[in-house]
Design a protein around this ligand. Structure first.
Ligand SMILES: C[S@@+](CC[C@H](N)C(=O)[O-])C[C@H]1O[C@@H](n2cnc3c(N)ncnc32)[C@H](O)[C@@H]1O
Length: 277
């Protein structure tokens, strides 16, 4: 069951990889910058970027570790290919890229100084196993920093999308990998506590930016995790339903464009022991 869900998630992200770095999805890089700051990365550190995707966090972290190294893992090979292209084009020498499930990591214990995960944990069917793995591969005193949505993001656009699906009898939900699985901060805290982390802190931020119009919003649902929901629409209804939804969203476009708003929560936590430098 778990493997099937992971394979399905990998297939979704393989299919969105070509457009994932689009301007419309710039929220991920905004959040990545904050996540990297919160991790307080030192120049010699070994950093793991879990669920790296096309590497927005890994690339930011690599600049902070001129004498260290970043390992970046993901399950979607096409996302990793895009990161790899960037590594090659820019001649970056301190990032390694691996196709690896975060719930079954091959790294040795007590190895990393920092673990980062930007909008990845809620996709994992067994979040506790993943967080336990982070505790295993981190050195004593090491820090984890991860981000999640504090509320279902991009309202009212997302709500309008769900409404259209429900009207058409399409089930929009996915309990096992839902974006809001970590919306309650108690859930993230419990995962970290059970894995042995202390000094657990949360940091809230609302990110806002504008898209030009509903066509850019179409990029968001086509080139992100929303694609899983789009794929649920029977093929013969897809064009009509998406057309109706984009009309709904076009009604929200004002003189500044279309407001994109997402409430983000960042967690940081430290393993006991060590020097944490
Ligand atoms: C929304 S993207 C975030 C990517 C990147 N961290 C960013 O901020 O742009 C979620 C990523 O999680 C990856 N992912 C989902 N489940 C995973 C798992 N079990 N192990 C590793 N990566 C996983 C997906 O393949 C996808 O690339």
């Amino acid at each position: 069951m778990t493997d099937r869900i992971v394979q399905k998630t990998a297939a979704v992200f393989d299919s969105v990889a070509e457009g994932y770095d689009s301007e419309a999805l710039r929220m991920f890089s905004f959040a990545a910058d904050r996540l990297v700051d919160l991790a307080e990365i030192g120049p010699h550190m070994r950093v793991l970027d879990v669920a790296t995707g096309t590497g927005v966090v890994a690339l930011a972290a690599a600049q902070r570790v001129p004498a260290g190294r970043v390992q970046a893992i993901d399950i979607a090979q096409k996302m990793l290919d895009r990161l790899w292209q960037k590594v090659e084009v820019h001649g970056i020498r301190n990032i390694d890229v691996y196709d690896m499930d975060a719930q079954k990591m091959d790294f040795r214990s007590d190895y990393f100084d920092r673990i980062l995960c930007n909008f990845g944990l809620f996709f994992m069917p067994d979040m506790q196993t993943a967080v336990d793995q982070w505790a295993r591969v981190l050195k004593p005193g090491g820090r984890v920093a991860f981000s999640t949505f504090a509320e279902p993001p991009f309202q009212p656009q997302t709500g309008l999308f769900v409404q259209r699906l429900q009207q058409a009898g399409v089930d929009p939900g996915n309990d096992q990998t839902g974006l809001d699985r970590l919306a309650d901060p108690a859930v993230g805290k419990a995962l970290l506590t059970a894995a042995g982390f202390g000094n657990i802190q949360t940091h809230e931020q609302t990110l806002r930016y504008h898209l030009k119009d509903e066509k850019e919003w179409a990029d968001v649902i086509w080139f992100s995790g929303y694609r899983e929901t789009v794929d649920r629409i029977p093929v013969d209804q897809r064009e009509r339903l998406l057309g109706q939804h984009l009309w709904d969203v076009s009604q929200l476009v004002g003189s500044d464009g279309l407001l994109m708003e997402a409430a983000i929560r960042y967690f940081t936590a430290d393993l006991p022991g060590g020097e944490n430098t």
